[in-house]
Design a protein around this ligand. Structure first.
Ligand SMILES: [Zn+2]
Length: 195
């Protein structure tokens, strides 16, 4: 529900449920809406080893959710990648060379190698972060992030749950979406290297 619709409904809610109690109930209901909850991660996760993680990197399509301890993640990720992927951090804008990567290929999760974006959905958003207008179907999960006081939609790799970025509704056609991604959270695989 957008803010304008919500503002229209608040006075009706007050009339129907009566005063302050009604308003409290309304906001409680709003916070519990499906949009405010993690929409995936329901599948049981398989705890894996570092050796099994290496096998997954050669299989960029299999999306069975996996789990690895923080200790193991810190062995395969750089400190900055660990903060972004495992602790939902954000890199400095303009810091990723992938912002200017325009070759044909796929962008895969830097944690587990799952293919996340096709290069033909990449566009220059001018933000300094690699940006895409679509994801590979079924390979990304979302949740609502209240970190900075208002809701933003966080998205993450469907396989290892590594945080990738936030999605906004000011992107180009055909989706109108802007997936604002941390460059350190993805790796580029050129098309000529996958055949
Ligand atoms: Zn992943």
């Amino acid at each position: 529900m957008n803010r304008r619709n919500l503002l229209k409904i608040i006075p009706i809610g007050l009339l129907m449920t009566g005063g302050v109690v009604g308003l409290g109930k309304l906001f409680a209901a709003q916070k519990k809406s499906p949009e405010a909850q993690t929409v995936d991660n329901k599948a049981p996760k398989k705890m894996i080893t570092l050796d099994e993680l290496k096998t997954l990197e050669r299989d960029p399509e299999r999306i069975t959710p996996i789990a690895l301890s923080d200790d193991d993640w810190s062995k395969v990720l750089s400190p900055n990648q660990f903060v972004i992927l495992r602790k939902a951090g954000t890199e400095r804008p303009g810091s990723s060379p992938l912002d200017n990567e325009n070759r044909e290929g796929q962008f895969v999760c830097a944690g587990c190698g799952l293919a996340l974006f096709e290069s033909n959905t990449k566009f220059d958003s001018g933000t300094g972060w690699p940006s895409f207008y679509d994801v590979i179907d079924g390979h990304m999960g979302t949740s609502t992030d209240w970190k900075i006081g208002y809701p933003r939609t966080e998205y993450h790799c469907a396989r290892c749950e590594g945080h990738q970025g936030h999605v906004f509704k000011d992107g180009p056609r055909p989706t109108g979406l802007r997936y604002c991604n941390n460059g350190l959270a993805i790796k580029f695989i050129p098309a000529d290297s996958t055949s």
